[in-house]
Design a protein around this ligand. Structure first.
Ligand code: NAD
Length: 368
């Protein structure tokens, strides 16, 4: 495996491999870019079959966090960590505390959070050894479940798309197809139904579908029928890759705006959406509510401030549509341009050296 060439090709600053002989913990932390601030991104735990697979995942995901944090207007760079292990067998207090000590050894250059197969409880163990962890419960000064904020940001992104497409952010007269009503989807359906809009839903978990049908008056459709509804807006809130050449043939919507990560199977699908005049709200922009919320933990958590910042996703999306229109780009590329521009511009602001102006807030250090 050509490790160094992979790292340099993707432009990473630092990649660290950790191994605890005593606990069998194997982890990789990738710090992609710290121009805007310390690298923040979640910790994913998977029984990766090969080291190459784990390395590729952490390199790709950490770079994605650089773009996501930059567009969200955060003073944070991009990073991510992967633990190579079986979440069903390997987890323990000691295992995550050991991981916390390794995070501490990076002296704040990387800040971790929950991701696939890591939980709030795991973060609490990490917190015993380092303060460079977010997504901890409110009783520890944290922000709790980020999903309602991710849903709020998604709702604001949908409003921005509606205003761009139809001249009004009023959603009540539109119709929606929400794919996946889990932690984020359930809140999104609630907010959409509160506007009076028609909402179709599907989920692989029937109990979750029943809940939103009974509680919010959504209309259930089959897993494969969600693409072909007459809804104006398709909101993928389940898995990645659900917008692809096959589903594109079924989709009748005019807007694609949901919380799922990696919604487009390839960039070519993003180009095709643009050709067909379907407005795609880039996934990492519209689903940034969760990361914005945990970022505010670093300043001493404040729910009103978190809500205010997440509301701004509306303006960020509008700006991306504007750039896309001005520069003749598909929206997914316009989002990347906005991220790169902010990193370049703010990077210059940080050039004059200032002696440390960081002050601990609630026992933590803030750079915001
Ligand atoms: P979740 O696991 O709680 O919910 C996902 C739901 O999708 C589940 O109910 C599951 O049964 C359903 N599902 C799985 N496959 C499906 C299919 N083929 N068709 C329909 N439904 C299917 O996850 P979540 O936290 O609600 O996150 C939803 C999406 O948003 C994910 O892609 C996640 O990566 C992304 N996201 C979440 C957050 C957050 O704060 N939770 C933040 C950013 C991005």
């Amino acid at each position: 495996m050509e490790v160094m060439s992979q790292i340099t090709e993707m432009g990473h600053e630092e990649v660290v491999f950790f191994h605890s002989r005593d606990l069998g913990l194997k982890a990789i932390v990738a710090i992609h870019d710290t121009t805007l601030g310390p690298a923040l991104g979640g910790c994913r735990m998977l029984p990766y079959e090969t080291d190459e697979e784990a390395l590729y995942d952490v390199l790709r995901l950490s770079r994605g966090m650089t773009y996501k944090n930059a567009v969200a207007g955060l003073n944070l760079g991009g990073g991510k960590s992967v633990i190579i292990g079986d979440p069903k067998k390997d987890k323990s207090e000691a295992y995550f505390r050991a991981f916390g000590r390794y995070i501490e050894s990076l002296a704040g250059r990387y800040i971790t959070a929950e991701d696939v197969n890591t939980s709030v409880e795991d973060m609490v163990h990490i917190f015993q050894e380092t303060s460079h962890v977010t997504g901890i419960p409110p009783v520890f000064g944290g922000s709790g479940d980020p999903s309602p904020f991710t849903a709020l940001g998604t709702f604001r992104g949908i409003e921005a798309a509606a205003e761009h497409k139809y001249g009004s952010r009023e959603l009540g007269k539109l119709s929606f197809a929400v794919q996946g009503v889990g932690h984020v989807g359930v809140h999104l359906v609630r907010m959409l139904r509160e506007t009076g809009a028609k909402v179709y839903v599907c989920d692989a978990n029937e109990a979750r579908v029943r809940h939103v049908v009974e509680k919010f008056g959504a209309e259930a459709v089959g897993l494969d029928d969600i693409y072909g509804t007459d809804a104006k807006v398709f909101a993928p809130c389940a898995l990645g890759g659900s917008v692809n050449p096959e589903t594109l043939e079924q989709l009748k919507c005019e807007i694609i705006a949901g919380s799922a990560n990696n919604q487009l199977d390839t960039d070519a699908t993003g180009d095709e959406l643009e050709k067909r005049g379907m407005l795609y709200v880039p996934d990492y922009v519209i689903n940034a509510g969760g990361v914005i919320n945990v970022a505010i933990e670093r300043q001493g958590y404040n729910k009103d401030r978190a809500t205010h910042q997440v509301d701004r996703i509306f303006d960020i999306c509008k700006r991306i549509f504007h750039i896309a229109g001005q520069e003749g780009l598909p929206t997914y590329q316009a989002a990347d341009h906005l991220a790169e521009k902010r990193i370049a511009e703010v990077g210059k602001v940080r050039r004059p050296y200032l002696p440390s102006r960081r002050r601990p807030v609630n026992g933590r250090h803030t750079v915001a």
